[in-house]
Design a protein around this ligand. Structure first.
Ligand SMILES: Nc1ncnc2c1ncn2[C@@H]1O[C@H](COP(=O)(O)OP(=O)(O)OP(=O)(O)O)[C@@H](O)[C@H]1O
Ligand SMILES: [Mg+2]
Length: 253
C-alpha cells in the first residue's frame, strides 16, 4: 500500500476537523477525496503531508510510519501536496518557481532549471510562459504551476487539492488529461475535487468526508447513488426529493 491513514483525528480548539478518518491509496491509483465545503478535506491533506500535527492516528507511507515527520522529510520520501490557495514566489519567473521543486534533486542551478523545463512541458506549459513573472499568470496558469512545482520534486504520491477550481470547461478538460498522463508516468494520485464529472472520470475509488468523518467509500458509480453522500451535499431529506441523483453541479463556494 502506498498510503495508509489509520483513525486520524485533528482537533482545532473544540472542533474535530478530522474525526477518526481512515483511508488507503494503492500504488498507481487515482483516488478521490470529496465532501462538502468545510468537511475537513484540506485539513486531512495537511495532516497526511506533515503540515499539521495530529491528535490521534497514524500515517503510513510505503510501509513506513511517517506520523509526526517534518514536511521536508515526507517530501524527500516522495509525498507532496499542492495548495488550494496557490502562493507562487510572485517575483520569480514561472520557470524559477518550478526549479524550486527541482532543487530537491538537482543541487546545481543550471541542472534545476533544465529539469524544470522538462516538468513545464509535462504539465502543458508553453515555453513562452516560462520567463513571465509568476504574478502575471492566470488562474489556469497558477494551477499548472502548482502542479509543476510539486511534480518537480519527483514524487511517488501527489496530493492534489482542487487543482480544477476556477477553471473553465476547456481548461478542466486539459488538466484531466495532464493528471492522467502524470499517473501513467508512475505517480500515484490522491485528489480533492469539487468538479464531479472530473472526479467520476478520473478516479477509481472515492472517499467521502462529511463533518470530518469518512461517511462512504467505493467506486464512482456506488458513490453517486449513495443516499448518505447525496444528503451530505444537499441536506437531509434531499435524497428522497432528488431520487438519489448524483451530487453533480455542486459548486465550490
Ligand atoms: N488552522 C485552522 N484553525 C482552526 N480551524 C480550522 C483551521 N483550518 C481549518 N479549520 C476549520 O476546519 C474545518 C475543515 O476545514 P477544511 O479547510 O479542511 O475543509 P475543506 O473540506 O477543505 O473545505 P473546502 O471544500 O471549502 O476547501 C472548517 O470548519 C474550518 O473552518
Ligand atoms: Mg479545502
Amino acid at each position: 500500500m502506498m498510503l495508509k491513514v489509520t483513525e486520524l483525528t485533528k482537533i482545532f480548539g473544540g472542533l474535530k476537523a478530522v474525526d477518526n478518518a481512515s483511508l488507503e491509496v494503492g500504488q498507481g491509483r487515482i483516488v478521490a477525496l470529496i465532501g462538502p465545503n468545510g468537511a475537513g478535506k484540506t485539513t486531512l491533506f495537511a495532516c497526511i503531508a506533515g503540515f499539521l500535527p495530529i491528535n490521534q492516528g497514524q500515517v503510513q507511507f510505503l510501509g513506513q510510519d511517517i506520523t509526526g515527520l517534518k514536511v521536508h522529510d515526507i517530501s524527500r520520501r516522495g509525498m507532496v501536496r499542492t495548495f488550494q490557495i496557490t502562493q507562487p514566489f510572485a517575483k520569480l519567473s514561472v520557470l524559477e518557481n518550478i526549479a524550486v521543486g527541482s532543487h530537491q534533486l538537482h543541487a546545481r542551478r543550471a541542472d534545476a532549471l533544465a529539469h524544470a523545463r522538462t516538468i513545464a512541458e509535462r504539465v502543458g506549459m508553453p515555453a513562452s510562459m516560462l520567463d513571465q513573472p509568476a504574478a502575471d499568470l492566470t488562474v489556469a496558469g497558477r494551477k499548472r504551476l502548482e502542479l509543476a512545482r510539486t511534480l518537480a520534486t519527483d514524487p511517488k504520491l501527489l496530493l492534489l487539492d482542487e487543482v480544477m477550481a476556477g477553471l473553465n470547461p476547456q481548461e478542466i478538460h486539459e488538466i484531466i488529461g495532464i493528471i492522467r498522463k502524470i499517473r501513467d508516468s508512475g505517480v500515484t494520485i490522491l485528489l480533492i475535487e469539487h468538479v464531479m464529472h472530473a472526479v467520476m472520470s478520473l478516479s477509481e475509488h472515492i472517499y467521502v468526508l462529511s463533518y470530518g468523518k469518512i461517511i462512504a467509500q467505493g467506486a464512482p458509480r456506488e458513490i453517486v447513488n449513495n443516499r448518505d453522500v447525496v444528503e451530505a451535499y444537499l441536506g437531509r431529506g434531499a435524497a428522497d426529493q432528488m431520487g438519489a441523483e448524483p451530487a453533480q453541479g455542486v459548486e465550490h463556494a
